[in-house]
Structure formats: C-alpha cells, structure tokens
Design a protein around this ligand. Structure first.
Ligand SMILES: Cc1cc2nc3c(=O)[nH]c(=O)nc-3n(C[C@H](O)[C@H](O)[C@H](O)COP(=O)(O)OP(=O)(O)OC[C@H]3O[C@@H](n4cnc5c(N)ncnc54)[C@H](O)[C@@H]3O)c2cc1C
Ligand SMILES: NC(=O)c1ccc[n+]([C@@H]2O[C@H](COP(=O)([O-])OP(=O)(O)OC[C@H]3O[C@@H](n4cnc5c(N)ncnc54)[C@H](O)[C@@H]3O)[C@@H](O)[C@H]2O)c1
Length: 441
C-alpha cells in the first residue's frame, strides 16, 4: 500500500489550488480524479459558459442597438461556435493532468474509503493522515417518468446541433445563463420553475428586470409550475406540467446541483454528511480528524462558486502546513449570473434589510450614464446598502453588472469610507468604476 502526506480526491478548482500550493513543498501528494481533470469550472462550468457568452453578447448588444446606428444584428453560427469551443476546451483535461503530474502522483479513477485513513482507486489502496475530499457536485436528476430524455448543463455546453425549441426545468443560475445563450443563438426557449421567481440568489426586483428583458426577446417563463413527465413523440417531446403540456425538442434538467458523495463510502471512514454535502468544522475538518473537505462538496451556507472553492483550498493549505491556526472566516463574496443584462450582488442586499432602520439603502438608475447610453442599456440599476456610513453590500442589474460589482467589492471588504476612497483614487472616466466616488456616502 502506497503512503502519502496528502491525498486529494478531485482535481477541480478547490483541489487544484491546494495541489498548486503543495507543489512548492516537499510533501508527497496523490491527486485522484474519476472525471475530467480540472473539474467542473474549466470543463463544463464557468469557462465554456463564459466562452459562449462572448458570441451571445455580440448578438444581444447588436440587437439592442438596431435602429440606433446598427443596421443588422449579429447572428450565431452554432456549428462554428461549438467547433471553436471544442477546439479550445477539449485539450484542457489532459493539459491540467500533465501540470499536476509534474509535481505529484495522479490517478484516473473514482476513489472510495475502506477505513479512516485509506482510499481505494482502480483496486489500489492509498493511505494518508490527510485525506482531502474535493469532489464537487453533479447536476440534480429529477426522478420523473421520461427522465431518460432529460439533459444536463454539461450536454448543453457541447450541444452539436441547435434544437428549435429547448425547455429548461428550473430558472436558477444554470437555466437562466444557458437560456440566454441558446435564445441568442436562435432557439425558442421555455423555463419551467416550481417556485415563483427566477434567480433566487439575487434581489427580487433586479431578477424581475432580467426576466422581463428575456421575455421581450421571446423567452417564455412558467412559474409555480411542477414538471410531471417527459414523453417522447414521433418528433420531439412533450413536457407535462401541472398546468398543461409544453411541446419541445430538447429538455434540460437544471433543477439544482447535488454533492458528489455517493461513491465515497463515507461511512467506512466515519465521515458525517447531510443533503448539502460533507459536514466540516471551522477548520474544514470532518468528523474523522484525518479527513477534510473543500469546495462545492462541503455542506455550508456560502455560495458554491469557483473563487470560494479556491479560497478553501488556500485556507486548508495554510492551516495544515502550519501557516495559520485561525478558524476559516469567509470574506465578502461576490456573485453574478451572466444573463443579458447581467445581475450581480455582494454582501448585504436590499432584500436582506427591508424595513431595518440600521441600514440605509441608496438606489441609482444607470441608464443615463454615458456607457449605458452608448449601448442603449435601459436596464441598469445599482443599489448600495450602508451601515454606520460604511458600504456593506451592493447589487446591480445591467449589461456589465458583474464587473461593476467587482469594482465595489474592495470598498466593502476593506471597509473603506467614501472620504478615504475619494482621497485615495481618481478613477478612469468614463468607465465602469467611475461612479464609485460619487455614490459612496
Ligand atoms: C454550468 C455551470 C456554470 C458555472 N459558472 C460559474 C461561474 O460563472 N462562476 C463561478 O464562480 N462558479 C461557476 N460555477 C460553479 C463552479 O464550477 C464550481 O463552484 C467549482 O467548479 C467547484 O469546484 P470544486 O473543486 O469544489 O468541484 P469540481 O470543480 O466539481 O471538481 C470536482 C472533481 O472531483 C471529481 N470527483 C468526484 N467524485 C470523485 C471521486 N469519488 N473520486 C475521484 N474524483 C471524483 C470530479 O470528476 C471533478 O473533476 C458553474 C457551475 C456550472 C455547472
Ligand atoms: N454564474 C455563476 O456563478 C454560476 C453559474 C451556474 C451555476 N453556478 C453554481 O451552481 C449552483 C447550482 O445552479 P443551478 O441553476 O443548478 O441551481 P439553482 O439552485 O440556482 O436553481 C435551481 C432552480 O430549479 C428550481 N427547481 C428545483 N426543483 C424543481 C422542480 N422539481 N421543478 C421545477 N423547478 C425546480 C428551483 O426553484 C431553482 O429556481 C448555483 O447555486 C451556483 O452555486 C454558479
């Protein structure tokens, strides 16, 4: 049986970060992945999604400027776009594995525990005092009649032919972003969600602005609607809902994501878990003192995002290598959905503090701003939340909301006052961050 200082199960952003940091030490490390090396974000998550968003934005921005100096909207050639995407992304898993293998041992295969300190991969046993679970999440699969016809976000991101009509089950991050891409490429799209609104991670009024913009482009929403079954027809499918039938050509189950814990045999290692994933203490240690967990697989309230996974990889490296004994403390986390317009938020939002007089909420219409006027972006609205004169949260809907909120994050995280900001910087004008100085108290 081979012994290691560290065994990392998974090679996504959480484990990749930690393996990179460990590459600078003399530790003996094994990195195991049963899927694509690099994990969700670079292979079937953020990266291919934002790659497709480039062409999507070109189409939707040119549509927005029709009759205002633009004569013809841009059009997506799906086959060309997908070929370009596959050429860029197909080599990544092998390249990532090769980078990791320069410093560490690697194993292709799914790992499971056989005791508190031992995992098995491809029939081989590996032992360590520090086993890190970084196995991420997978798309939820609704158990309904006809579920064999439903597809996942991973399928959409490599879809060879554009269907005429696509139905998404769900209206969260995944469905709203991919519906934006497929709609811009020319597919008719319907989103069905059993709740009463899209994008529940974001303030309700701003999510409603995104929904309205998508409806104006012909995208259909069915809320408070459950999906009962998917039936195959001679041509296409019928999605049966509580409120009638939706004929369609392609069904995507975007009803959420679940932690990758089933294959790990966690009971063999005495590692406790719940529906949200592996339970950890504030040092990311599980109920087994030799086993830790980082990234999306952790059961925690913070958003499941790549930078959060990487933050935990960095934290655990620092903690286990003796650089810090402090408990993990999450900084202000920014998040965005790359719809059109985008929606983004960080810290306390207006929905969190409604009718709480300890907070002051300031809102700004952005469509008069020079940048928005040039792009005919009528959607822009920024809201700032202050407590004791300090900025504690910001949210925005608008064509560049993600970058805009990123610009506000240091002000929130570093607790910079308006006066300090104005004394310290003169921003570039006219550009995204040019409104910060004037909008702070
Ligand atoms: C469509 C989509 C778009 C997204 N867009 C964004 C975005 O714009 N911004 C953002 O911040 N986040 C985004 N995310 C979320 C982001 O991808 C995740 O938060 C991030 O990848 C989590 O990293 P991780 O290392 O925890 O897990 P993962 O990246 O999921 O990696 C886990 C790895 O573990 C492997 N594995 C699982 N079980 C085993 C086992 N038993 N043995 C061995 N290996 C195993 C898997 O094969 C996988 O490679 C998106 C996700 C999706 C699905
Ligand atoms: N831009 C980004 O940062 C980004 C993009 C994609 C994914 N992600 C990450 O992935 C996570 C998962 O995203 P997601 O969109 O899969 O999940 P989600 O939780 O954001 O959305 C799932 C949606 O499906 C609906 N739903 C659930 N069961 C249903 C049912 N039976 N019938 C109808 N509707 C149903 C829910 O009401 C919800 O609106 C996100 O929370 C985020 O952490 C991030």
């Amino acid at each position: 049986m081979k012994k290691y200082d560290y065994i990392l199960i998974g090679s996504g952003p959480a484990a990749y970060k930690m393996s990179n940091l460990l590459a600078g030490t003399t530790r003996k490390v094994l990195v195991i992945d049963g899927g694509e090396f690099g994990g969700t974000c670079p292979n079937y998550g953020c990266e291919p999604k934002i790659f497709l968003e480039g062409a999507t934005r070109a189409v939707l921005q040119s549509q927005q400027l029709l009759g205002r100096g633009i004569k013809q909207a841009a059009q997506i050639d799906w086959h060309d776009l997908m070929t370009t995407k596959l050429n860029r992304f197909n080599p990544w898993p092998a390249e990532t594995k090769a980078i990791i293998a320069k410093s560490h041992d690697v194993e292709d295969g799914y790992a499971h525990f056989v005791d508190e300190k031992t995992v098995v991969v491809n029939g081989h046993e590996y032992r360590s005092d520090h086993i890190i679970i970084a196995t991420g999440q997978h798309p939820n699969h609704l158990d309904i009649p006809g579920d064999q016809w439903t597809h996942t976000s991973t399928d959409v991101l490599s879809l060879p032919h554009l269907p005429q009509h696509v139905t998404f089950i769900g209206a969260g991050y995944v469905a709203m972003e991919l519906a934006t891409v497929l709609g811009a490429a020319g597919a008719a799209v319907t989103l069905i969600d059993h709740s009463d609104r899209p994008l529940k991670a974001f303030p309700a009024k701003k999510a409603a602005v995104v929904k309205k913009a998508m409806e104006e482009r012909g995208i259909e929403f069915l809320f408070n609607t459950g999906v009962q079954a998917v039936q195959q027809q001679d041509e296409g499918f019928i999605v049966q809902t509580d409120h009638g039938e939706v004929p369609t050509d392609y069904v995507v189950d975007a009803s959420g994501r679940r932690p990758n814990i089933e294959q790990l045999a966690l009971d063999k290692a005495g590692v406790q878990f719940d529906r949200g994933g592996v339970i950890v203490n504030d040092h990311l240690q599980t109920s087994n003192p030799h086993v830790y967990a980082i990234g999306d697989v952790v059961s925690r309230p913070q958003a499941k995002l790549t930078p959060v996974a990487e933050f935990e990889g960095q934290y655990l490296f620092d903690y286990l290598e003796g650089h810090s004994a402090a408990a993990i403390e999450y900084p202000t986390i920014g998040t965005a959905a790359f719809t059109f317009p985008e929606i983004a938020a960080a810290g306390v939002t207006e929905d969190d503090v409604r009718e709480n007089s300890a907070y002051q909420v300031k809102s700004f219409d952005l469509h008069y701003a020079s940048l928005a006027a040039g792009q005919n972006d009528q959607s822009g609205r920024l809201t700032l939340v202050f407590k004791d004169d300090l900025l504690v949260g910001a949210s925005e809907v608008g064509d560049y909301a993600a970058d805009d909120i990123n610009n506000f994050l240091p002000v929130i995280g570093l607790r910079i006052t308006g006066e300090q900001y104005r004394q310290a910087v003169i921003t570039i004008y006219p550009a995204l961050a040019d409104k910060i100085a004037s909008s702070l108290n």
